[in-house]
Write a protein that binds this ligand. Sequence first.
Ligand code: FES
Length: 155
Amino acid sequence: MKVNLAAAKKLIKKYRNKKGVLIPLLQEIQAAYGYVPGSAIDLVSKELSIYPVDIYGILTFYAQFYLTPQGRHIIKVCQGTACHVMGGKELLDYMTDTLGAREGKPTKDGMFSVERVACLGCCGMAPAVVIDHDFYGRCTIRTMKELVKKYRTKK
Ligand code: FES
């Protein structure tokens, strides 16, 4: 799939000739595309004279970056010990089954991606889920049904 690089070019121009900009630049590219396309990596490499291996090193080190297209909303279901004991596995199974989501791939309609994550640091609120940047604690299957409905219609 060919990616329109206009947004990436604009961002590179914004950060050109500045130091320590690679991570913020990649974050903004991801915000623009929903992931960091390979063609944008090539462009950053060429325009800023940074070896591709150094860019990939950052992209693969930090869990916040995605190298493939994701759903519009990213659902992270905690599978840490407390959440696992409190039903996190059932929530993850429910989300993957009902949405037809597979980990690492967006749903067919492109609305959601579902990920398992380690402890979100809110074990007292187990089982915990983060959707985009919103945290939800003490989740149940019913909560998840309502959240899916809410995010499906969210602009
Ligand atoms: S185990 Fe889920 S928030 Fe800690």
